[in-house]
Design a protein around this ligand. Structure first.
Ligand code: 5AD
Ligand code: SF4
Length: 388
C-alpha cells in the first residue's frame, strides 16, 4: 500500500501480449523511480493507457475508457492523475492525438519502452520475453509496421541474461514475443519501401516489398532455432511458447525443432488470414494456401500431438463470395484448434487503406464472420486437423 508521500501509478492495458509485456516494463520503470502501483485508476497520481490500434474498435475502446476517466474526475471533483498515452495508437502522431483526446498530458513512444528495462511481473511462474520489436512484413492491412516501426531483434546476450534472471527467480515457463518471431536475428532489408511510405508517394500493389524477399535466406540453422535451443538448455525452464509466426518463413529446421524439442509447447499459432491465394496476394502475405498446408502437414507428420491455431480476416477489400468460400473450405479441412476471426477494419495509412476501397458492406462482413466462427470455433473445436 502507498504511504501518503509515495507517488503512485496505474497502467490500463489494451491489446495483445506485446502490450502486456510492455506494460510490465513500464511498471519496472515506475518501480525504479520509487512509485508504487495504485489499486485503481481513480486513486493514482499517474495513469498510463497502453493502447491497441489493430482495428478501429480497439482504438474506440481506449477512447471510450479515457472519456469515462474524464467524466469521473469532472463529476467527482477529485484531482485527476497525469494521463500518459502509449502503445499502438501513438502512430497517429502527437499533434493529432492531443487534438483527438484532449485529456492526454503526455505521449510515451513505444520504442522508448526498452528491452532491457526491469520488469514488474504479476505471474511468478510464466514470463513474457520480448525478443524483437516492430515488423518489416508490411501485410497491406496492418498498422503494426507504422505503430511499432521497423523490426529490431533483441540481442542474444540480452535475452539470455533475462532468462538466467528468471531462472534464478524460479520461473519455469517463458513466451517469446515478436511480431514475426521466425525472423529473429536475420539481416533485414525493405528500407526502400519505408522511405516510399514516408515520402507519401503514390504507390501500387507492385511497389510493395515481397514478404519473402525481406530477409537474407538463412543458409544455416535460423537464429530463432538456435535461440530456442539455447533457452531449452536451462533445466529449470519446462515450457517455451512463442508468438507470432508467419508461414512464409517457417523454416524446416524450425519444424524439426518443434517436433523434437518437447519443452516447446505443442500449440502452434500460425495465422493464415485467408484461404484464397488471390486475397493472400492482395494482403502481401508472401505465401500461398498450399505453402501454409505444407507447413502444417510437416508439423503434424513429425508430431501428431501438435495442435494449430490461426487468425483469419473476413471482408478484406474485393473478397468475392468465391474467395470467401475458399476460406470456408480450408477451415473445414484444417479444423484449427482455435481461430481468431476478425472483420477487416481499414487502418488509415496502411497500404490496403490507400490502394483498395473498403467495398464489402458491414452486414456482409458480419455474415462471413458468423459462418467462419461457427465452423472454426463452435463445431470443430479441439478436433485434430486433417491436412489435405
Ligand atoms: N483488420 C482486421 N483484422 C486485422 N488484423 C490485423 N490487422 C487487421 C485489420 N486491419 C488481425 C490479423 C492479425 C491479428 C492480430 O489481427 O488477423 O493476425
Ligand atoms: Fe498489439 Fe498490434 Fe494491437 Fe499493437 S496494434 S497492441 S502490436 S495487436
Amino acid at each position: 500500500m502507498a504511504d501518503d508521500s509515495q507517488k503512485s501509478y496505474f497502467i490500463h492495458t489494451f491489446g495483445c501480449q506485446s502490450n502486456k509485456s510492455d506494460s510490465e516494463r513500464i511498471s519496472g520503470d515506475y518501480a525504479a523511480r520509487g512509485y508504487v502501483e495504485a489499486d485503481d485508476w481513480r486513486t493514482c497520481d499517474e495513469l498510463v493507457v497502453n493502447t491497441c490500434a489493430i482495428r478501429q474498435r480497439a482504438e474506440d475502446k481506449a477512447r471510450g475508457f479515457l472519456y469515462n476517466v474524464g467524466v469521473f474526475f469532472n463529476e467527482s471533483g477529485k484531482q485527476r492523475p497525469k494521463i500518459i498515452l502509449t502503445g499502438c495508437m501513438t502512430h497517429h502522431g502527437q499533434e493529432k492525438l492531443y487534438k483527438m483526446i484532449p485529456i492526454i498530458d503526455e505521449i510515451l513512444p513505444i520504442n522508448e519502452v526498452g528491452f532491457n528495462q526491469s520488469t514488474v511481473r504479476k505471474d511468478l511462474k510464466h514470463a513474457w520475453i520480448p525478443i524483437s520489436t516492430g515488423c518489416n512484413s508490411f501485410c497491406t492491412y496492418c498498422i503494426v509496421p507504422y505503430s511499432r516501426g521497423r523490426e529490431q531483434s533483441r540481442s542474444l546476450e540480452s535475452i539470455m541474461t533475462e532468462v538466467q534472471d528468471l531462472v534464478n527467480k524460479g520461473f519455469e515457463e517463458v513466451t517469446l514475443l515478436g511480431m514475426n518471431v521466425n525472423s529473429w536475428g536475420l539481416e533485414k532489408l525493405g528500407i526502400g519501401f519505408r522511405k516510399l511510405m514516408m515520402e507519401n508517394k503514390n504507390y501500387t500493389r507492385e511497389d510493395l516489398p515481397d514478404n519473402q524477399s525481406q530477409y537474407l535466406k538463412p543458409t544455416e540453422t535460423p537464429p530463432f532455432v538456435k535461440l530456442l535451443r539455447a533457452i531449452s538448455e536451462f533445466d529449470q525452464i519446462k515450457k517455451i511458447r512463442f508468438m507470432t509466426s508467419n508461414p512464409w518463413d517457417f523454416h524446416d529446421e524450425l519444424i524439426d525443432e518443434i517436433a523434437t524439442n518437447k519443452k516447446i509447447d505443442r500449440y502452434v499459432h500460425l495465422p493464415i488470414q485467408s484461404g484464397s491465394n488471390a486475397v493472400l496476394y492482395r494482403m502481401n502475405r508472401g505465401y500461398t494456401t498450399e505453402r501454409y498446408s505444407e507447413v502444417c502437414r510437416k508439423l503434424l507428420e513429425k508430431d501428431p500431438e501438435i495442435v494449430i491455431g490461426t487468425d483469419i480476416i473476413v471482408g478484406f477489400p474485393g473478397e468475392t463470395e468465391a474467395e470467401f468460400e475458399e476460406t470456408v473450405e480450408l477451415a473445414k479441412r484444417m479444423k484449427w484448434k482455435v481461430a481468431f476471426v476478425a472483420i477487416y477494419s481499414p487502418r488509415p495509412g496502411t497500404a490496403s487503406w490507400r490502394i483498395y476501397p473498403d467495398d464489402i458492406p458491414h452486414a456482409e462482413k458480419k455474415r462471413r464472420w458468423e459462418i467462419l466462427d461457427e465452423i472454426c470455433n463452435k463445431s470443430t473445436m479441439g478436433e485434430r486437423p486433417i491436412i489435405v
